[in-house]
Design a binder for this molecule. Structure first.
Ligand code: ADP
Length: 207
């Protein structure tokens, strides 16, 4: 199946690059982080049960994620760009059982750890349209206002140094091994430095 998975540590640029890939190549972006944050801000029963998990930088249980995603995967006919799912070997195996060869490409965003910390602690997001900014490298045109939908920007409550180290440790232990699981379709992208250069590299890989 012609779907793409974006794999990379927190702060590696999955959200920002997803927007680019969606606009350039017509994939439908599905971010489980955005979906879960939506549930929390709407105060749904699921949102209430997972709010603390996200705040602490831990992972939501596989079964919850699979239940949330199965219906969305089945409904979608266009090629999907998945950002944040699967995030554990358990989730990957469940996807594979239901939809063999679900991903045609797994793009691994490789960024040095030191860069991740700056990206995360200076990140701003739009709670309405999920656009991502950086106070230093990619500021909005108007202070704290989303360029796209004009909502007030905010910092994620898991974008603190302390929670980031837990998210990074969780990524290394539970998510990075997916690179081995998807070895036959994984492509490493040097996602350090200038965004235009990274976009060019992605363009080459997807064209
Ligand atoms: P990042 O990759 O920057 O950490 P995301 O927005 O992808 O951020 O995810 C935010 C949080 O949402 C994660 O720390 C985790 O708590 C939860 N989450 C997202 N996707 C999954 C998933 N597939 N399985 C379990 N938890 C998830």
């Amino acid at each position: 199946m012609n779907n793409i998975l974006l794999l990379g540590p927190p702060g590696s640029g999955k959200g920002t690059l997803s927007l680019f890939i969606e606009q350039q190549f017509g994939y439908k972006h599905l971010s489980t982080g955005d979906l879960l944050r939506d549930e929390i801000s709407k105060g749904t029963p699921l949102g209430k049960t997972i709010a603390d998990t996200l705040k602490q930088g831990d992972l939501v249980e596989d079964i919850t994620m699979v239940n949330l995603l199965t219906e969305k995967l089945a409904k979608n006919t266009m090629p999907l760009l998945l950002d944040g799912f699967p995030r554990t070997l358990g989730q990957a195996k469940l996807v594979e059982e239901k939809y063999p060869n679900f991903f045609s490409k797994v793009l691994y965003l490789n960024v040095p750890e030191a860069d991740l910390i700056t990206r995360i602690t200076k990140r701003l997001i739009c709670p309405k349209c999920n656009a991502v900014y950086n106070q230093i490298t990619n500021p909005p045109q108007k202070h704290n206002i989303c360029d796209q939908c004009h909502s007030t920007l905010m910092q994620r409550n898991d974008d603190t140094l302390e929670v980031f180290s837990n998210r990074l440790a969780t990524y290394k232990k539970q998510t990075h091994p997916l690179l081995g699981y998807y070895a036959d379709c994984a492509i490493t992208i040097n996602a350090q430095g200038d965004i235009t250069k990274i976009q060019e590299e992605i363009k080459k890989v997807l064209s």
